[in-house]
Design a protein around this ligand. Structure first.
Ligand SMILES: Cc1ncc(COP(=O)(O)O)c(C=O)c1O
Length: 384
């Protein structure tokens, strides 16, 4: 049972959690309109950058009075730029429940050395937001990409908070409903849910975040690549397409194509529905098999993008070796690439379910997971 190869393979075996699958039937010819060899400060370049900003606003429903900038160094650049510019004015609560959130904790505690209260939860769990005082600044990751645990909603964040919320939404934007009135800083990168390219980050600022930028100067130096203000005023150009340094116009074109595709799929709502359907296909499979479980304990926190799974079978001798062997077997069979758990996370599989993945491919993959599991159980027995 389960050892016979399933008949159907996913048409696209790309289930990586970043860079993620490009939109269905992607080809480089789709990028033919990229203004290559032209200055990004020429009218044609500026128009493309502005379109990237304004189409992001349109698709994600970002309020007109929020600023949206394209910044260097992907999500990491955008998030650290926010931390370095805004934090230190008041106490900060650093919330982390997996590896990326933990990285931001290190920044606050060891690099910025600010007054920080750190609240963490183990892989599979989430920090209790009811314990958070939103009069402090609060840093968190909406969807923990390496644990598959997400914040179920923004209801726990008060509208009348005195502190700022800094949200790393890199594996949430375009897949989860982001409540803009609860988020003062939101960051993401193109390489995730839209299947775009790395290296460019999106920085979204609420009017209150802008107010902080214009009224507070952090005590530490800021390199040019991080500077958002000049003479106490926001550098507005960054938020209209005059980037701090040179962007890749090829990546910008790729992002514009992905945004157009997302619009054709019903915009944010359509993209959320696609991710939900993909994740449901995994959840249904997990519910039907007792040897595999969602790493996220509370179903309300189950991610619909980076779905993390763990094996639960008494016959498994070495969990980490076993999970790696299953992932390798899936890759060798050409049915799933890059589905091993993140290097710092508990052993298991991580199946990307963002909207660029087709539900038929997720469904086709599931029997292969059973096949690889049974094959590895058998291989263990032979080896013993
Ligand atoms: C939650 C989260 N934050 C930050 C990052 C880093 O993103 P980037 O490599 O685009 O800077 C990732 C990438 O996987 C992520 O998932």
């Amino acid at each position: 049972m389960g050892m016979i190869e399933p008949g159907i393979k996913p048409a696209n075996p790309r289930f990586s959690s970043g860079p993620c699958a490009k939109l269905p039937n992607f080809s480089l010819e789709m990028l033919a309109d990229a203004p290559l060899g032209r200055s990004h400060r020429a009218a044609v370049g500026k128009e493309k950058l502005k379109a990237a900003i304004e189409t992001t606003r349109e698709v994600l429903g970002i309020p007109a009075d929020y600023k949206i900038g394209i910044v260097p160094a992907s999500d990491t650049g955008a998030y650290e730029m926010a931390m370095w510019n805004l934090l230190g004015e008041r106490k900060v609560e650093m919330l982390a429940w997996e590896s990326f959130g933990s990285g931001w904790v290190t920044d606050a505690v060891k690099q910025l050395k600010i007054d920080a209260e750190v609240k963490t939860a183990d892989y599979g769990q989430i920090v209790d937001f009811a314990t958070v005082d939103f009069n402090n600044d609060v840093c968190f990751t909406w969807n923990g990409t390496t644990s598959g645990v997400r914040l179920p909603s923004g209801d726990v964040i008060p509208a009348d908070r005195a502190g700022l919320t800094l949200c790393d939404a890199t594996s949430a934007a375009f897949a989860m409903d982001l409540p803009w009135d609860k988020l003062d800083v939101t960051t993401f990168s193109w390489q995730k849910v839209l299947g775009g390219e790395g290296a460019h980050g999106m920085l979204i600022l609420s009017p209150r975040a802008v107010e902080r930028l214009e009224s507070y100067t952090p005590p530490w130096p800021l390199p040019k690549i991080f500077r958002l203000t000049k003479g106490g005023k926001l550098i507005d150009g960054i938020f209209t397409g005059a980037t701090i340094n040179t962007p890749s116009m090829l990546c910008v074109e790729d992002y514009l194509v992905a945004l157009d595709w997302a619009k054709s799929k019903g915009g944010a709502a359509g993209m959320i529905a696609r991710a939900d359907a993909n994740a449901q296909a995994v959840h249904d499979f997990v519910a039907a098999h007792d040897w595999i479980e969602n790493l996220a304990e509370d179903p309300a926190t189950w991610s619909n993008t980076s779905v993390c799974l763990k094996f639960a079978d008494a016959r498994i001798q070495n969990g980490a070796t076993f999970a790696k062997a299953v992932a390798k077997r899936l890759e060798k069979a050409g049915v799933a690439l890059d589905v091993g758990a993140y290097r710092d996370a508990p052993a298991g599989l991580r199946i990307w379910c963002g909207g660029t993945v087709e539900t038929s491919d997720v469904e086709a993959l599931m029997p292969w997971i059973e096949w690889a599991f049974e094959a590895e159980i058998a291989a263990q027995t032979v080896a013993a």
